[in-house]
Design a binder for this molecule. Sequence first.
Ligand SMILES: [Zn+2]
Ligand SMILES: [Zn+2]
Length: 310
Amino acid sequence: MPRRPNQTTPEKIRTQLVELLEHFEDQLKKGDLRKKVLSLVPAFHLLRDLGCSLMPKEEASAARDRILAYFRKYPLVVIHGDEFMVVSGIQDWPRRIRELRNEYGWSIASGVTVQEMVDEEEIEVKVIGGAKLKPEEYILLDKKQDREAALRWKIANDIRKKDGGVHAKVLAFLRSNIGRPVTGEELRYVSNDKSEWARRVRELRTEQGWPILTRNTGRPDLSIGSYLLEEDRQSPTHDRKIPDPVRRSALVRDKYTCQKCRWTYKQWNPSDPRHLELHHKEYHAKGGENKKENLITLCTVCHDDVHRNE
Ligand SMILES: [Zn+2]
Ligand SMILES: [Zn+2]
């Protein structure tokens, strides 16, 4: 039964609640169950009103607005679902969170998804304060709203329903968003919520050479929890299978800059699409090692040149 929160101040509600609970002492002693329950009902309503009243009405009047305002007050902070029960005053707060994410484009991730990204080292542990996240926890990963999210969720929904494994679905979704960041939540959804999704994304990068990057694996400008397929091409076979930590250290050493022409991703534009790859100076197949010392950062244009001139 939906009930509009009282218009009164938190302090007034608190006083009423305390009075009610004091009277409840009598009910407890008398012992009639029905009377106990009935006299507790208004206390439940008051407690809910109190939670709703904590945020000024001008700031957020509807339940969904209060949930959003609370998230925006604490970006990148792990928030327990019960807190949304308090500020929203409704039972169905999880649905409001889904709406904020899928229809309004707020990058809200669940504890499960973030933990899976942390396990694959796509997100640094320090971002979430070091503790293991639980399914009933949430984080707002980006302070900015992404207006294109609703469209992406529709695409994700179509791909999710198709046949095929997690690899195929994740790749199909990324290829329909070339050059545009997608979120871990979307990739997990496309994978039919299979927990292996984050590992599969990493395999697409390291085993199959797809330039799927996060801020930890080549694109420090991306927001936390975003993935970007930079271009619709796989790196040459001999330059695959580079472990992410090695990739990261080579890119950092080369300052995310092509070591031949000095191109960086900051210069990217649609008329000159390219991205950075790592090239083995001594080929992997010929015994060249997957070590930072044997790798060099090249833009795809220079990388193609190197291979053409062999
Ligand atoms: Zn170059
Ligand atoms: Zn190469």
